[in-house]
Structures are given as structure tokens and as C-alpha cells.
Ligand binder design. Structure first.
Ligand SMILES: [Zn+2]
Length: 280
């Protein structure tokens, strides 16, 4: 079942769970997403970054849409970190049901203006929009600028955006040893009270499980996962490829996909997503 982001996130607001958004840059990841969601009877967000779309080619979106139509579980096809109107319009033309416009590095007023423009265009064709307020840390040492509740409220009111990515203490990527990430759950509660739309967390690959679970129960509706699933896939791939006689994709990839699916299922359990397809 193909859904936009508003449709897929709606039950999360009353049933307190979050839906994983898995970065999907190849058909192997897509296969893992669909199979994991079917086995868990859970909704799933297939998320493609502009770089991943350039690699997989635009026709890959058609494959995701076909898979979504052919499964009973809800599937949303979302553009991750659209940088500009070109990224967003390319995704809409490819059939994405949701797009992110990331103006988080812009001054507040410019972020509002850019997001508002994208919302007007996307809503005209039933596509949902995610924006970001505050900045998520990176492994290159960027500091986190925490989202302020009163700014979140004003941002949502003035843009009409459907979902909002907030900064409460996560970083993109896997964390170096010695760095202990910490989520500001009290801040999350304040933002949750200030706005009514679904909230999104990026960069949650390495935060402690109990904090992530609390975030899902406290008002996060969508949680982006990229590094964790790729790591599981490629650790297995390196092992499998030690057998130099292997050359058939059908021999090499299935065990790697299975390892990736295990991580996906763990995330679905942790986010309380497992079994929630019955709510749609
Ligand atoms: Zn992100």
C-alpha cells in the first residue's frame, strides 16, 4: 500500500510508536525493507537521498512504487535531505509521495520562505513535506543547534509543513568511540506540546536503545536509520566474499540482506512499530 507521509504517520500520534525510515540506495536494501516490514506486519518508510537516487537512477523509484503497490503493509517513498527545488521537483516527477527540504543551515526566515514554497508546490499534487529546524551534529565536528519549542511552533504555523525534523541530541553517522550521545527528552516533550504534527529524528544509529525507545514513546513519529543497516550488510558481504569462487549475486547477496533485515526488525521492535500495520 503506497502512502504519503501524513497518511503513514497518522496512527503514530495516537498509538505512540515511530516508523523507521531506511536509506535505500539499492534494490537489495529495498528487498530487505519490504520483507522486514511484511514479516513484522509493520509500516515502513523507504527513504532515498538525492545522492542515492543519482546512483540508483530515477527508474529505481518506479520499482519502489511497484513494490509498495504489491504489498499489504503501508509504504511511503520519501526524499531524504532535498537541498533545493531541483531535488524536490525531481523526486515529485519520479513519483515520491513525500519530500524533505532541508533548510536547517539557513537563517530562520529563509528556512521558512524556502519550506513554504516547497509546501505549496508539493501539496498541489498530494505530496507531504518534511522540513528541519535546528541542526543535527555530524562526525566532522559540527555542533548541535537544539530546536527551540517556540520557534518550532512558529515555523509549523507559517510554513504548513507536514512533518518536522528536530535537533535534540542526535548526530548523523556512527559515533566514534568515547563519544556518548545524549538525547534531550525534556526538550522533546516541550516541542511535542508546542506543535501537533509528526516529529522526526535523524541520525539515531548510535544513540542508546533506551533513549531512542523513550523518544518513540514521547512523540517521535519517524526515525531515520542509515549507517546501522549498511554496516550489517557490508560486514557480512566482506565475510561472504572471502570465498573467491562466488560470483552469482543470488549466492552473494541473500545472507547480506538477511543480516540487514535482522537490524531492521530490531529497530521495528525498539520503535514499537512491529504489528502496527493493523492500524491502517
Ligand atoms: Zn538526516
Amino acid at each position: 500500500m503506497l502512502c504519503n507521509m501524513t497518511e503513514i504517520c497518522k496512527p503514530t500520534l495516537t498509538h505512540h510508536f515511530a516508523i523507521p525510515a531506511f536509506n535505500t540506495g539499492t534494490s537489495m536494501v529495498l528487498r530487505a525493507c519490504i520483507e522486514a516490514a511484511e514479516e513484522a506486519n509493520a509500516p515502513v518508510i523507504v527513504e532515498i537521498h538525492p545522492d542515492e537516487l543519482r546512483f540508483a537512477r530515477k527508474s529505481f523509484a518506479k520499482m519502489v512504487i511497484e513494490e509498495a503497490h504489491n504489498t499489504k503493509v503501508p509504504v511511503c517513498l520519501h526524499l531524504d535531505h532535498g537541498a533545493n527545488l531541483e531535488d524536490v521537483m525531481t523526486a515529485i516527477a519520479c513519483g515520491f509521495t513525500s519530500v524533505m527540504i532541508d533548510g536547517s543551515a539557513l537563517p530562520f526566515e529563509e528556512n521558512i520562505a524556502q519550506t513554504k514554497k516547497v509546501v505549496e508546490i508539493a501539496h498541489a499534487v498530494g505530496v507531504s513535506v518534511e522540513a528541519e529546524l535546528g541542526t543535527i551534529g555530524t562526525m566532522e565536528g559540527n555542533q548541535i543547534t537544539y530546536t527551540r519549542p517556540e520557534e518550532a511552533k512558529e515555523f509549523v504555523e507559517r510554513t504548513g509543513v507536514d512533518t518536522l525534523a528536530i535537533a535534540i541530541g542526535t548526530r548523523h553517522g556512527l559515533y566514534p568511540k568515547g563519544l556518548t550521545p545524549h538525547l534531550e527528552l525534556e526538550l522533546l516533550k516541550q516541542i511535542r506540546e508546542a506543535v501537533s504534527i509528526p516529529l522526526v529524528l535523524h541520525g539515531g544509529s548510535d544513540n542508546p536503545d533506551d533513549e531512542i525507545e523513550q523518544a518513540c514513546l514521547t512523540g517521535i513519529s519517524k526515525l531515520n536509520i542509515s549507517s546501522d543497516i549498511k554496516k550489517a550488510f557490508y560486514v557480512k558481504a566482506r565475510q561472504v566474499l572471502k570465498d573467491e569462487s562466488l560470483r552469482e549475486p543470488g549466492d552473494i547477496y541473500p545472507p547480506c540482506i538477511d543480516e540487514m533485515k535482522k537490524v531492521m526488525r530490531q529497530k521495528m521492535d525498539l520503535f514499537h512499530t512491529t504489528g502496527t500495520a493493523v492500524l491502517y
